[in-house]
Design a protein. Sequence first.
Lengths: 150, 150, 150, 150, 150, 150, 150, 150
Amino acid sequence: MKLRVYLSGEIHTDWRETIKQGVQEAGLDIEISAPNTCHEDSDDCGDKILGAETNNFWKDHKASKINGLRTRKLISDADIVVVRFGDKYKQWNAAFDAGYAAALGKSLIVMHGSDIVHPLKEVDAAAQAVCETPEQVVDILRYVMTNQLP
Amino acid sequence: MKLRVYLSGEIHTDWRETIKQGVQEAGLDIEISAPNTCHEDSDDCGDKILGAETNNFWKDHKASKINGLRTRKLISDADIVVVRFGDKYKQWNAAFDAGYAAALGKSLIVMHGSDIVHPLKEVDAAAQAVCETPEQVVDILRYVMTNQLP
Amino acid sequence: MKLRVYLSGEIHTDWRETIKQGVQEAGLDIEISAPNTCHEDSDDCGDKILGAETNNFWKDHKASKINGLRTRKLISDADIVVVRFGDKYKQWNAAFDAGYAAALGKSLIVMHGSDIVHPLKEVDAAAQAVCETPEQVVDILRYVMTNQLP
Amino acid sequence: MKLRVYLSGEIHTDWRETIKQGVQEAGLDIEISAPNTCHEDSDDCGDKILGAETNNFWKDHKASKINGLRTRKLISDADIVVVRFGDKYKQWNAAFDAGYAAALGKSLIVMHGSDIVHPLKEVDAAAQAVCETPEQVVDILRYVMTNQLP
Amino acid sequence: MKLRVYLSGEIHTDWRETIKQGVQEAGLDIEISAPNTCHEDSDDCGDKILGAETNNFWKDHKASKINGLRTRKLISDADIVVVRFGDKYKQWNAAFDAGYAAALGKSLIVMHGSDIVHPLKEVDAAAQAVCETPEQVVDILRYVMTNQLP
Amino acid sequence: MKLRVYLSGEIHTDWRETIKQGVQEAGLDIEISAPNTCHEDSDDCGDKILGAETNNFWKDHKASKINGLRTRKLISDADIVVVRFGDKYKQWNAAFDAGYAAALGKSLIVMHGSDIVHPLKEVDAAAQAVCETPEQVVDILRYVMTNQLP
Amino acid sequence: MKLRVYLSGEIHTDWRETIKQGVQEAGLDIEISAPNTCHEDSDDCGDKILGAETNNFWKDHKASKINGLRTRKLISDADIVVVRFGDKYKQWNAAFDAGYAAALGKSLIVMHGSDIVHPLKEVDAAAQAVCETPEQVVDILRYVMTNQLP
Amino acid sequence: MKLRVYLSGEIHTDWRETIKQGVQEAGLDIEISAPNTCHEDSDDCGDKILGAETNNFWKDHKASKINGLRTRKLISDADIVVVRFGDKYKQWNAAFDAGYAAALGKSLIVMHGSDIVHPLKEVDAAAQAVCETPEQVVDILRYVMTNQLP
C-alpha cells in the first residue's frame, strides 16, 4: 500500500516537517507534497516571471493562478489531504483547498486547536478525522497503512 | 434562460436581500437559494432534532452535517455560486463552499471589500468575477441573462 | 426548494407511512419514493413475468434484477436516501443501497435503534444524520427545506 | 495483465489466506488488499489515536471514519472487489462495501454458502460471479488472467 | 414515477407499436423514444441534406453521423434501453447501442428469441432482464412503475 | 423530443436568425441559445460593471470571464452545439467552444464555406455533421427530431 | 509514449498475431491485450469453475459474466480499442465492445472487409479509423507513436 | 513531483525545442509531448495508410481522425497543456485543443504575442497563465515543480 498525501494550510510553523519525519521513521511508503511555503515567493511569482503589475489585485491574481498550477495537480493526485488551521491569519486558501478536495472525493484529515472547533465545524464535518497534532496525523497514517496502533 | 444561484457566506448584513430585490426588479428568471442564515438555529439543529450532546465538538458536528444536507443539495444544483466575505469572523465555511463549488465546475462570483484582496487571492483566482457590492452581482446576472449593461 | 427522497430498507413496519404523512402535514415539496415493499411479489416477479425457474438461485437472480430496474432509477434520481434498519432479518440489501448511494455522492440519513449502533458503524459513518424515529426524519427534512426547528 | 483485488467482509475465518496462497502458487500478478482484520483494533483506533470518548456512538463513529481512510482508498483502487459473507454477525459493512463498489463500477465477486442465497439476492444480482469457496475465487482469478481453466 | 425508455434494434416488425400500446393501456407515465425506423431515409439522410457522395462508404458515414445526433441524445436521456434482436440481418448497431448504454450505466432490457441465446450471451450478461416478447417488456415496465404483477 | 441547441461563432451575419426562423416554421421544440452577439458590449462588460482597467489585457480578461458565465452555462446545458466559421477574423473563441463542447461529449454541427475546409479539419473531425448553410442546419434538426427529410 | 491497445472481435483468424508481430518489429511500446480467444473455454468457464447448469441460458450467463471480468478490466484500461469484424457469425459481442468503448471515450479502430461497410456504418461512424487489414492497424499505431508513415 | 506537459499549436518556429532544452537544463522530471509537427505528413497520413481519396474533404477528414488518436491520448494524459499561437495561419486546431483541455479540467498555459491579446481573450480567460516566450514557460514549470523563481 502506497499513499499520496497533500499537506495544505498554515505555513508559519514546522508541522509539515514533523509529519515528514514521523512518516520516514515509521517507514511508510508515502509521497508527501505541499504548496510552496515561501510566503514571499508565492506572492511575487507572477510579477517575477510574467512582468510587474501596477495594480495589486492583478499582481495577486497572476501569482495565485501560477501557484494554482501546483496545487491543482497535487490535490488531484492525492489520496488524502491534510489541512492545518493555525490561530493566526485568515487562511481562506486552506478552507478553499478543503472544499475543493472534498468535492473531488478525497479523504480529509483536519488539524487544529480545540479553541477553533466552532468556526471550523463545516470543514470538520467533511473530514474522516479531526486531530490537534502532527503526531496524531502520523499515527493515523501508520494505522491506515500498517494496522498498527500507537 | 433560467439560472439557479446559491448565495454563500456572510450572514450578518442584508446583502442577500439586496440581490433578491434587484433580481426581482430586473425580472430575471433566477431561482435564488441560500443556507439557513439563522446563526443560532444552524448551531442548535443537531441537538434540537437528534438530542443534546455533552461535548461541544459533537454538538457542532451533528449540526454541521444536518446543515450539509441543505448546502450540498443547493450547491450541486446551482449554476452560479456567489460567495460573500465580510470583514468579521473566520468565514471558513464560505471559503470551503467556494472550493467545493469550484471543484464541481460551478461558476463562482466572489464579493468582498478591497481591503481583503490579498488573503482571498486564491479564492478570487478561481472565480469568473470578483466584485464589491450586491448591486454589481445583480448587474452581472442581468447582463449574463439579457445582454443588457447598466 | 424541492427534494427527492428514497426510503430504503426495512419493510415490516409502517415507518414509510409515518414519514409520508409527516411530510404532507408539513407541506413540504418532496417526491418520496420506495422499493416495492410487497415481499412476496418482489420475490416472485421474475418467475411471474419471465417464466418459472427450477433453481431457486436463478429465481432470486431474475427477480432481483427486475427489482433493480426500479431501485437503480430511484436512487440515481434521489437527493437524499433514508435507510432504515430494523432488529430482524439480514437486511443486506439496505446496507447495499446505503453503500451504493454513498458512492454516488447522495446524502444519507440512517435510521435504527440504539441497540445496533455497533454493527452499523460503517454505514453511520457515511451518513449526514443518524436517527431513531421517522418523526426525526420528518424534522430533519422540514428543517433542511424550511429552516424551521421543531 | 495485473489486477488489484480487495477482499471485503467476514473476518473470523482464514479465507483471505487461502486466496493469497492460491494466487501465489498460481504465480498471478495480483495486488491483494484487505481491511484491518483485527476486530479489537478497528473498534478502538479512534479512541487510541484521537482520545477516548464517553459515548459509544462517537467512539464507533471516530473509529469507522479512520478505518474508512483505508477502505475508501483500497476499494477505489481495486479492479475487483471480493465480498465474503459468513453465517454469523450482521456484516452490514460487507454489504455496504459491495454497494459502494458496484456504484463505482468495480467488478464484484460474492462468496457465501448456499443457505444465504435468498437474503443476498440483491448483492448477488450486482456481481459478475457468485461462488462458495476461496478456491473458486482463485480459479476465477487464474482464468481471468491466464485463460486457464481448472 | 416517470420513465424514459429508448427502443433500439430491429425495425422490420411492429414490436415498438405493441409496447407503446401496452404502455398506454396500462396508463404508465413513460416517454418512449426510438431511432428513425424508416430504413431508406436513415440511409439517405446524409446525401439528401448535405449533398450526394460518389463513394458509398462516405454516404453511409455521413448518414450514420446524422442519425447519431438523434440516438446519442435519446440514449443519454433514457433511464432504460430496450434492445430487440430479430433473426435476420447483422444488427450490429443494436449491439453497439447496447454496449454504449451499458457503459453509460443505463439499465438494459434485451428481447430476442430463444434460438439466439448463445451469440447474444455477452449482451444478455449486461442486462437487467432478458425476455422474448414485447408484452413481457410491458409487464416489466408496469411492475417497475406500479408494483403490479400480471 | 425536445432539444437545446447553442449557436456559437461568427457574429457578423444573420445566420442565427435564419436558423431560429427555420426552426419556428418547422414547429420544432428547440430551445435555441447564443452568446451575446453585441461585439461592443461583450468587450466592455467588465469595465462597465466592475470598473475601468488601464491595461487592455485585464479589460479583456474581466470581460471574457463575465461572458464565460453565460457561455459555460449554455454549452453545458446544450444537446447540440452548432459552430459557424466565417471568412473573416480569427474566431478562436469559436474553435475554443467547439473543443470545449467536444470534450463534454456534446454533439457538434460545424458550418463553414468549402474554402476553409483544410484549416478546420480537426474541428470537422470531431463533428457529427459539417455543412455550409443555416438552411442545412435546420434540415438536420428537423430530420433529427421528426425523421422528415427535405 | 506508451499505448495500451485492446483487440476485440473475430477469433477465427490470426489477425491478432499479425498485429502483435508488426508492433514488435516496429519496436513500439504497446501493451496489447485481448479476450480469451479459446471459444470452447470461454463457453465452459462458468460450468467448470462454478458447477454445471442444466439450462443453457444460465450456463451462457455465468460464463459471459466471468469473461466480463477480463474484458471490462482490459477495455477500461485501454487507450485504443481495435474491433475486427469477419464475414461469419453474429459477432454481437464485438459490436457491444465497440459501443461500450465509445461511451467510455476510448478511441476506436474498426477493421473489416469492404463488403460489410453498410451494416457496420454506425460502428464505423464512432471510429477514429476504419481499415481492412492488420497491417494497416500496425501502420496506424506506428504513425501515432513515432510520426513515421509507411 | 512529475509532470506531463503537452505542447499544442504553432508548428513553424522552434519554440518546442526551446522549452525541451530549458526543461532538461533545469533537470525537471517532465514528460513533454506534442502533435506530429510535420505538416505534410499530418496532412497525408490518411491517404498514405488507408488509401487515397479523390475528395479533399475526406482526405482531410481521414487524416485528422488518425492524428486525433495521438492528440486525444496525449491531452487526456497531460497535467498541463501549453498552447502557442503565432501570427500566421488560422490555428483553429490550437484553439480547439485549448477548449478541449479546459473542459477536461487540465491546466492551461497560453503563449502568444501582445498584438493578439484581443482575439485570444476567451482562450486566455480559461488559462492559469498567459505568457509571451518559451523561456517564461520554462520559468513557470521550474517554479511549479521546485519553488524556485528566476
